[in-house]
Design a protein around this ligand. Structure first.
Ligand SMILES: C[S@@+](CC[C@H](N)C(=O)[O-])C[C@H]1O[C@@H](n2cnc3c(N)ncnc32)[C@H](O)[C@@H]1O
Length: 264
């Protein structure tokens, strides 16, 4: 830290734990800081449009969130009167959700959302904040679409919010794209275009202490997601750039895609 004279210690890479053969990267130390470190995603301007769309799709039915986390979307959606259930691998994240006001009304199943089943039928199943990428193989992502479809009632919708892979930012021979550079956080993604694997690296400074975290993803294209939906018996209803319904274009950096389960 050039010139500041501040002394820093560096915490080791946060280790994952394995749950039913799947790595959990959202253990206690991550869960404890999740809401604070994603503060801008908890702001009303980020949450309200998501809840508006999901409440509209849920109608009088139920909603299921895959990777429900600490309830960023599930809690305000439930507060709108939509019965919400969730699946998450991380007991630590689920414990944070349960401790919040309204958390006890949300039924959370601890398991892998690629395969875990929850009783009943849902009018909307949703997977937001790039969480589809936490499934690090194509096989698991396809299984996730099949699992989402199996939870939907006819006419129900599966919604995914995820970034468009930033490969256009990679000049030949380069594998790393920085995505944040502030006084307290440096973030960069490393891509392997031969496998569609990507790792996000975060170096953070808090209270004079350095911390490093790495988490693996599988990046996935909109067209590939459409094929996964097709394999699961779903068809594309809408694709937007954002939750306000802005049209998706060649310059969009993320998309909100809605696939529906045909009636009968
Ligand atoms: C980026 S957080 C998003 C949490 C919440 N959806 C939100 O928008 O704030 C990703 C969540 O997905 C969970 N997760 C990741 N992979 C999972 C898997 N295979 N099965 C179940 N949950 C998973 C993590 O434990 C974490 O809670």
């Amino acid at each position: 830290m050039g010139g500041t004279g501040r002394k820093m210690t560096c915490a080791p890479v946060i280790e994952s734990v394995t749950f039913s053969g799947v790595e959990d990267y959202f253990g206690e130390s991550v869960a404890a800081k999740y809401d604070e470190s994603s503060a801008e995603m908890f702001a009303p301007q980020a949450v309200d449009p998501v809840v508006e769309v999901l409440a509209g799709l849920a109608g009088a039915g139920r909603a299921l969130e895959l990777g429900i986390g600490t309830g960023r979307i599930a809690l305000p959606l439930a507060a709108r009167g939509v019965p919400v259930s969730g699946i998450d691998l991380s007991s630590a994240m689920a414990a944070r959700l349960r401790a919040k006001p309204g958390g006890d009304a949300i039924d959370v199943t601890i398991g892998d959302f690629a395969t875990a089943r929850v009783a009943g039928a849902f009018s909307v199943v949703y997977l937001v904040y790039n969480t589809i990428g936490n499934l690090t193989s194509q096989e698991a992502q396809v299984a996730c679409f099949r699992t989402a479809a199996a939870h939907l009632e006819p006419g129900g919708c599966f919604v995914v919010e995820v970034g468009v892979p930033e490969l256009r930012k990679l000049p030949p021979g380069q594998t790393v794209v920085p995505f944040d550079l502030s006084a307290t956080h440096w973030g960069f993604d490393r891509y392997d275009v031969s496998t569609q694997s990507m790792s996000s690296y975060h170096a953070r400074v808090a209270d004079g202490r350095g911390e490093f975290r790495a988490i693996p993803f599988r990046y996935v294209w909109p067209a590939e997601l459409d094929l996964m939906a097709q394999l699961a018996g779903l068809r594309l209803r809408s694709r937007w750039e954002n939750w306000d319904g802005k049209p998706f274009t060649h310059d969009s950096e993320q998309h909100v895609s809605i696939w529906e389960k045909p009636l009968g």
